[in-house]
Design a protein around this ligand. Structure first.
Ligand SMILES: Cc1cc2nc3c(=O)[nH]c(=O)nc-3n(C[C@H](O)[C@H](O)[C@H](O)COP(=O)(O)OP(=O)(O)OC[C@H]3O[C@@H](n4cnc5c(N)ncnc54)[C@H](O)[C@@H]3O)c2cc1C
Ligand SMILES: *[C@@H]1O[C@H](CO)[C@@H](O)[C@H](O)[C@H]1NC(C)=O
Ligand SMILES: *[C@@H]1O[C@H](CO)[C@@H](O)[C@H](O)[C@H]1NC(C)=O
Ligand SMILES: *[C@@H]1O[C@H](CO)[C@@H](O)[C@H](O)[C@H]1NC(C)=O
Ligand SMILES: *[C@@H]1O[C@H](CO)[C@@H](O)[C@H](O)[C@H]1NC(C)=O
Ligand SMILES: *[C@@H]1O[C@H](CO)[C@@H](O)[C@H](O)[C@H]1NC(C)=O
Ligand SMILES: *[C@@H]1O[C@H](CO)[C@@H](O)[C@H](O)[C@H]1NC(C)=O
Length: 456
């Protein structure tokens, strides 16, 4: 890890030397391009429009809403593209909607605090309609390359109806392609000899397919815990392999907690405690990696499946500040995506000045060294987490982004703990924002409550 830190820091120090005659980014942006029309891309489009920037959103699929759209296809979509969405049936949000709302665009009052995925998708479609964004969104345009050519960006995409490729030029680009599309697949000894089915939670659609099956869930992140709830009453046996410490609920008599996997046999799995279970189906809830292979080497960022660097405010490509990322950060509420979108649009509209490049690099290095000294790894460089309210404050101070009230961070922090304390019931409460800093909640089970947003 130390060597990874050293090479990242060395790479940024090298940049400092290279940019001493810094390019200034003060000429007006004639055209901004946004890649992706999920929550992040839609939020960015709203602000670009508000600030009068000429822009186009390129979206690979035929739809807006990104991962919130349920698609019954597995693997590839109706146009033969990789399926980006990871949504499944019966999902309810795992965070109160107040932390997820676009600024100034609340859900209807009577929406449950934890709406369904379908309801959240309707909210996104309503947002696109309300702000008249569709006219600037070019659907079925799968971006395959973003390359720096002199001081602008060449964006190459495939039109999925004709399979023809096009290159367009943009002088500002916002990457908003999401971080939960590209599954991480673990590999265990004997896995290839296993004769049952193995999928990743990215491809999971509905519990009915697992009725009376012997199922192994691997992992206890948000997907692993959620699928344990969805599957424990319908499977004949639900084996859950993970190492999370939390207040495990009484799922059902057929739920079995196991430690990490040691190896597979042809019909089952052996765990680290040498116990064995017969298994029909395995669902790896093992998370996601960034998929940014369309970024050419010459874009000036260092990227891996886990991080992108060096970014100013976790948004701006410091090497070429006419490239921004919305939605690379981890450990955040959706309102952070809205704030990053506004920050990017304010930058594209030249409504504030970035610090000198060298100063951005020095700020980045200071933060990296602080993380390193706290024992964090380089892969945590885009994690905001506990520092979220300070982060909102920093975006406001630097660029005039609308300040998200501290109460949203309070709700996020409460919910993150409450979810692990009371997994089966934490969604059965409604939240009320009292003021800038305080919230209340009351028990109000609303499983199956209708979505008050009516849109196709
Ligand atoms: C199953 C699941 C449940 C979640 N639940 C919650 C929750 O309850 N609360 C919460 O706060 N967060 C949740 N999240 C996090 C979620 O990712 C954010 O809420 C939010 O949707 C992120 O939006 P995005 O626009 O950044 O990314 P996405 O929604 O992934 O949108 C990215 C868009 O970019 C498009 N795209 C990708 N690559 C290309 C390309 N090369 N060219 C053109 N277009 C491209 C995709 O088609 C997609 O439309 C959940 C995530 C998942 C996967
Ligand atoms: C916006 O940019 C496009 C592509 O460069 C251009 O064709 C169009 O004329 C521009 N529109 C405005 C209003 O400037
Ligand atoms: C378009 O680009 C893709 C990806 O780079 C490539 O595989 C394909 O052959 C190109 N199609 C045409 C018609 O040139
Ligand atoms: C960039 O795009 C323009 C316009 O399509 C094209 O003429 C040019 O050749 C491209 N340059 C590179 C290096 O791809
Ligand atoms: C399983 O079913 C029982 C009986 O209907 C119910 O009380 C319990 O809440 C269900 N468990 C889950 C995790 O849904
Ligand atoms: C599980 O059930 C037992 C016995 O009914 C009970 O004592 C315990 O508190 C329950 N655990 C949780 C987390 O609800
Ligand atoms: C906010 O800005 C201060 C001062 O530059 C910095 O020390 C701190 O790390 C920043 N916090 C976040 C979360 O970016």
């Amino acid at each position: 890890m130390t060597s990874l830190w050293s090479s990242a820091i060395l790479c940024v120090l090298t940049l400092i030397l290279e940019v001493t005659d810094a390019l200034t980014v003060s000429k007006p942006v004639e055209r901004a391009c946004v890649i992706g029309a999920g929550y992040s891309g839609l939020a960015t489009a709203r602000y670009l429009q508000e600030y009068g920037v000429n822009y186009t959103v390129f979206e690979a699929s035929r739809h807006v809403g990104g991962t919130w759209r349920f698609d019954p296809n597995v693997g590839t979509d109706e146009d033969g593209l990789p399926l980006f969405t990871s949504m499944y049936k019966y999902l309810r949000t795992n965070t109160p909607r107040h932390t997820m709302e676009f600024d100034g665009f609340p859900f209807p009052e009577d929406t449950p605090s934890y709406p369904t995925g379908t309801c959240f998708h309707k909210y996104l479609k309503l947002f696109a309609k309300k702000f008249d964004l569709m006219k600037n969104i070019q659907l079925r345009s799968y971006v395959t390359s973003i390359k720096r050519v002199q001081d602008i960006w060449n964006i190459t995409y495939t039109r999925t109806n004709t399979r023809d490729n096009y290159t367009e030029q943009c002088d500002f680009v916002v990457v908003a392609t999401g971080e939960y599309s590209n599954p991480v697949w673990p590999k265990f000894e004997g896995q290839s000899s296993f004769t049952g089915n193995i999928i990743h939670s990215h491809d999971y659609k509905e519990p009915e397919a697992y009725a009376n099956r012997r199922v192994l869930l691997v992992g206890a992140g948000p997907s692993g815990l959620d699928l344990a709830i969805h599957l424990s009453n319908i499977t004949s046996k639900l084996v859950h392999s993970h190492h999370l410490t939390y207040n495990q609920p009484n799922f059902s008599d057929t739920y079995i907690k196991k430690p990490d996997i040691k190896s597979f046999t042809s019909n089952g799995v052996i765990f680290q405690d040498d116990s064995y279970e017969d298994i029909d189906d395995v669902i790896f809830c093992t998370g996601y990696e960034l998929a940014l292979s369309f970024l050419d080497e010459n874009t000036g960022v260092t990227k891996s499946g886990k991080f992108v660097l060096p970014l100013h405010q976790d948004v701006v490509n410091i090497r070429y500040p006419s490239m921004a990322f919305v939605g690379i950060s981890k450990g955040i509420i959706n309102r952070v995506l809205d704030a990053q979108a506004q920050y990017s649009a304010l930058l594209a509209a030249r409504k504030f000045e970035l610090p000198h490049q060298n100063d951005m690099l020095k700020m980045w290095l200071r933060r990296a060294r602080a993380l390193q000294s706290r024992g964090k790894k380089i892969v945590d460089i885009n994690v905001i987490g506990e520092a979220m309210d300070q982060y909102f404050g920093n975006l406001t101070t630097e660029a005039g982004v609308t300040r998200a009230p501290p109460v949203l961070t309070e709700i996020r922090n409460f919910n993150a703990l409450n979810r692990l304390e009371d997994l089966l019931n934490y969604r059965e409460y409604d939240y009320y924002i009292r003021d800038e800093n305080n919230f209340a909640r009351s028990y109000n089970p609303r499983m199956g409550a209708p979505c008050p947003i009516d849109i196709e």
